[in-house]
Design a binder for this molecule. Structure first.
Ligand SMILES: Nc1ncnc2c1ncn2[C@@H]1O[C@H](COP(=O)(O)OP(=O)(O)OP(=O)(O)O)[C@@H](O)[C@H]1O
Ligand SMILES: [Mg+2]
Length: 460
């Protein structure tokens, strides 16, 4: 038995059921906080209302309609019975019509020498029709015809009392159906609507500060300067927002201090290096001076490398930039230095990036590729909300086990392999730092050219 199913067996059935329920909710609830909260408020209300409606329809409405229909059927039966036992003269008939209309509101008229009409159209669902025809059938015990839909507000019932004599009852609807039920249902629906509107307005107000905080945090993560963020909303949300602002401030202060210190150090060292260079220039051309000059150049290169690493993005602001243009510039530089690079992928790609640090990142990756291979391909595409940059080469590549290590500062693989010994082992560390400051990441893969593919992904 696998470990997973063993683990599952340890749970009680109730726990498993709860776990399944949670998984069901996770799968089927909408993603956003706002729709989720709305469902949490509205779902119980709809459930409750449905129960109430069911109860009202089932119990109250059908019961009241039943009683009303029974009473009307009794009245009709009474009128017909009185007629049957009377002398059936026109005067008696007139009196009966008068009584039933004045006191019973039955809307009675008589029709002579006609038969019952053909069957009237039946409504799909009518409680009144069902109950009333049942009771008339039970009580009156005469052929009858009924129409509950043609006349608004009246139920038309015709009973064949004698051959050639029809009693036509036009019974007002309120005598047979519980019209109050509609009012009750309408008021329930109305109050639900009001509740839903209040919930929507209130929830929107509560959730907006959380959404704003999430946006601000996302902007910060992507290194973008979003619009000014002001904490608002419930206490907890506000305190989270203030904590976020404090954190942001502390990070900014930290970066600022680091940059200021570095600017100082680099200025001092550069001054000395420049002095070195000047003094070397005075020494003229000879072998040991040349070696010294090379050393000084290398030192300057290293110094710049360290600087770039610790400076990070130097608080640079993201802006909309044409990536393809950056690539073309890099290609021109590469060609000028006597090497070759091929641009692949889409042209005219644009994205929000920090222009200087973005360029430094691509230059670092391209420099590595050019150092290790002689065929290099650089490409950019935008897919699935990501700007994907690939740098491919036909060099020796990097073994899978080393792919994590090479991103660490000062790590250089197999010194002997690095023909050019001037590197400091900071190129990839700087590139990764820059990718992170854009909210993105760098991964290493194999590529079709036979060497390494460096894949940079930055959310756009
Ligand atoms: N395209 C590549 N093909 C093969 N190995 C690579 C490639 N890119 C980097 N590496 C390996 O990863 C190591 C680290 O690279 P990184 O760019 O961080 O430093 P570096 O190039 O040696 O020095 P720097 O970039 O600071 O001048 C390199 O020394 C090299 O061994
Ligand atoms: Mg490098």
């Amino acid at each position: 038995m696998s470990k997973k199913s063993e683990d599952q067996n340890k749970h009680t059935p109730a726990q498993t059921l709860w776990w399944r329920f949670n998984r069901f909710l996770e799968h089927h609830l909408p993603e956003g906080l706002y729709p989720r909260s709305l469902i949490i408020v509205i779902a119980p209300m709809v459930l409750l209302q449905s129960f109430t409606v069911y109860f009202v329809l089932e119990q109250h409405w059908s019961e009241v309609t039943k009683r009303l229909s029974r009473a009307v059927a009794r009245d009709m039966a009474a009128i017909i019975a009185v007629y049957e036992f009377s002398d059936k003269s026109e005067t008696t008939l007139a009196k009966l019509v008068k009584i039933s209309n004045q006191h019973m509101k039955l809307g009675l008229t008589t029709e002579r020498k006609t038969d019952l009409p053909a069957l009237a159209p039946k409504p799909y669902f009518s409680l009144v029709e069902k109950k009333l025809s049942k009771y008339i059938g039970n009580r009156v015990k005469k052929p009858f015809w009924m129409d509950t839909i043609s006349k608004a507000e009246f139920v038309d019932v015709r009973v064949q009392v004698d051959k050639g004599l029809i009693f036509r009852f036009l019974i007002p609807e309120e005598r047979v159906s519980a019209s109050q039920t509609i009012v009750l249902l309408a008021s329930m629906l109305g109050s639900s609507l009001i509740l839903i509107v209040v919930a929507i307005v209130f929830l929107r107000k509560q959730i907006r500060p959380i959404v704003r905080l999430a946006d601000a945090a996302k902007d910060f993560g992507l290194g973008r300067e979003g619009e000014a963020f002001q904490p608002s909303g419930a206490t907890e949300v506000k305190s989270a927002a203030y904590a976020f602002l404090n954190m942001k401030k502390r990070i900014a202060r930290h970066v600022e201090q680091r940059t200021a210190m570095l600017a100082g150090v680099s200025h001092d060292l550069r001054t000395i290096l420049t002095r070195f260079k000047l003094e070397l220039a005075f020494l003229g051309e000879n072998k040991s001076v040349d070696a010294l000059k090379e050393d000084v150049d290398e030192m300057q290169g290293m110094l710049e490398g360290y600087m770039a690493f610790v400076k990070g993005d130097g608080g640079e602001i993201s802006q909309d930039h044409e990536i393809s243009q950056v690539f073309r510039n890099i290609q021109t530089q590469v060609i000028r230095s006597g090497k070759h690079i091929r641009l692949i992928g889409e042209t005219g790609v644009r994205a929000r990036v920090k222009p200087d640090s973005f360029k430094r990142m691509v230059v670092n990756l391209v420099a590595n590729a050019l150092r290790f291979g002689d065929q290099v391909e650089l490409g950019a595409v935008v897919e699935g909300g990501l700007l994907v940059i690939t740098v491919d080469d036909n060099g020796p590549g990097i073994a899978v086990d080393d792919r994590e290590d090479v991103f660490r500062p000062f790590v250089r693989l197999d010194e002997a392999r690095n023909l050019d010994s001037s590197g400091t082992g900071l190129g990839l560390a700087i590139a990764l730092d820059i990718a992170h400051s854009h909210g993105g990441n760098i991964t290493l893969e194999d590529c079709s050219l036979g060497g390494l593919r460096v894949r940079v992904e930055i959310p756009v």
